[in-house]
Design a protein. Structure first.
Length: 104
């Protein structure tokens, strides 16, 4: 369980927020997995391009990281939108209050 801490002007450390629920862990793991896969593909591309001398394969593998990161970003945005829709539909008057905020 992680704690977020901030320092006040007097220098003492105060507790701001305790760790969030277990629902955020899979999203964090998915993002971490995408970053690791992207870094590994960059290293593999460098290996193929410089050490093995296979420039075509190195360039092809070098195109993977942006694709992996874009797909991960899409999945994260979709999860956020799903949670927003679920929270608006589950609360009474949630959708109507959102409409009022948009109109004003």
């Amino acid at each position: 369980m992680a704690l977020l801490k901030s320092e006040s002007e007097t220098g003492s450390v105060t507790q701001v927020n305790e760790a969030t629920g277990g629902q955020e862990m899979p999203e964090t793991r998915g993002a971490d997995l995408a970053l690791v896969a992207s870094a590994a593909s960059v290293l593999l591309a460098w290996y193929q391009f410089y050490l093995k001398g296979n420039k075509t394969r190195g360039l092809f593998i070098g195109l993977w990281p942006p694709t992996i990161l874009a797909f991960s970003s899409y999945l994260n945005q979709k999860a956020i939108l799903d949670k927003l829709e679920q929270s608006l539909l589950s609360s009474p008057g949630g959708l109507e209050s959102l409409r009022k905020m948009i109109v004003e």
